[in-house]
Design a protein around this ligand. Structure first.
Ligand SMILES: NC(=O)c1ccc[n+]([C@@H]2O[C@H](COP(=O)([O-])OP(=O)(O)OC[C@H]3O[C@@H](n4cnc5c(N)ncnc54)[C@H](OP(=O)(O)O)[C@@H]3O)[C@@H](O)[C@H]2O)c1
Length: 281
């Protein structure tokens, strides 16, 4: 396992949930971590008192912000060793009920933001790999990239795109020392459900009782840290059994899921709406 000591790592979506846990974990392991998010207050709180962590406010769905973000990390730290492309938005809604701006935001944040930030970071990562033997790109995808369940169809499509991008990019850069990882978590207890509906908590206190059900974000952060230290590029489900989501691709299972889920789609949407409403979204 390679050490994270002194490696310069950019983490997008680092102010809450999985991203914040990743920032704390990598900083504890000795990395110089730059966290990014749009909301400045939560972002400052996330890095406050964390040795080795700094913050840059940026919107990864904005082309200008993406360029400025990578330039600033390199200007301030002199290099870039790894990027954790974690920022994403999930609007939970059936396709015909999803507002157009939610469609545009999900694609711009979850897919264009990931692909273009990787593109902008690559010259610096290839230089780091040539000089120091390795560099890493890690994408927080989702089990929704592997098996699609309503009402997360559009979100799933963006995550499947990002997951596919990881697999393709590996075939471009592995022999040049850049590892490319995809983490596919199942449900994680974070603010994503209410944030997707534009009702993000303004503080940790405000988030009390408003988190989605799932495992603790620290479990995902553990796998991120292990990936950035691993000899190989990794595709990791968290928890591991969520890897069974891949079975959804097997033709008879795929057909069975089509039949069962399409009958239940509206019911699942109503349950999801209640979950969002119960959390103030
Ligand atoms: N929670 C789950 O069940 C689950 C499961 C599988 C995968 N994931 C994935 O895990 C990742 C982290 O999500 P989370 O669950 O930790 O949700 P979260 O608590 O809502 O965190 C999302 C983070 O992304 C930031 N963000 C959102 N849009 C952004 C933008 N345009 N530019 C920059 N930052 C932006 C948010 O801050 P601002 O809003 O202030 O920008 C926040 O820091 C996402 O990729 C998500 O799809 C989550």
């Amino acid at each position: 396992m390679a050490s994270l000591q002194e490696r310069v790592v950019l983490v997008t979506g680092g102010s809450t949930g999985i991203g914040r846990a990743v920032v704390h974990r990598l900083a504890a392991d000795g990395a110089r971590v730059v966290a990014c998010a749009r909301g400045r207050d939560r972002l400052s709180e996330a890095v406050s008192g964390v040795a080795g962590a700094t913050a840059i406010a940026a919107d990864v769905s904005s082309p200008a912000d993406r360029v400025a973000l990578v330039d600033r990390v390199v200007a301030e730290h002199g290099r870039l060793d790894a990027v954790v492309l974690n920022a994403a938005i999930g609007y939970a809604g059936l396709v015909e009920e999803t507002p157009q701006d939610a469609v545009e935001t999900m694609i711009a944040t979850n897919l264009t933001g990931v692909v273009d930030l990787a593109r902008l970071a690559l010259p610096h990562l290839l230089a780091a790999a040539a000089e120091r033997g390795r560099a890493d790109i890690l994408v927080t995808a989702s089990s929704a990239a592997l098996a699609q369940v309503p009402p997360l169809t559009i979100y799933s499509a963006t995550k499947a795109g990002a997951h596919g991008f990881v697999k393709g990019l590996r075939r471009e850069v592995t022999s040049r020392g850049v590892r490319v990882h995809s983490i596919t978590p199942g449900p994680v207890s974070t603010e994503w459900l209410v944030r997707g509906r534009g009702a993000a908590p303004v503080s940790d206190d405000d988030a009390e009782g408003r988190l989605s059900p799932g495992i603790r974000p620290e479990r995902v952060a553990e796998q991120v840290a292990r990936s950035l230290s691993s000899y190989w590029s990794r595709t990791v489900a968290v928890p591991r059994y969520m890897g069974l989501a891949r079975l959804g691709e097997v033709p008879p299972v795929d057909r069975l899921l089509d039949m069962v889920l399409s009958r239940q789609a509206q019911r699942i949407q109503r349950i999801t709406d209640r979950m969002v409403a119960d959390r103030g979204g």
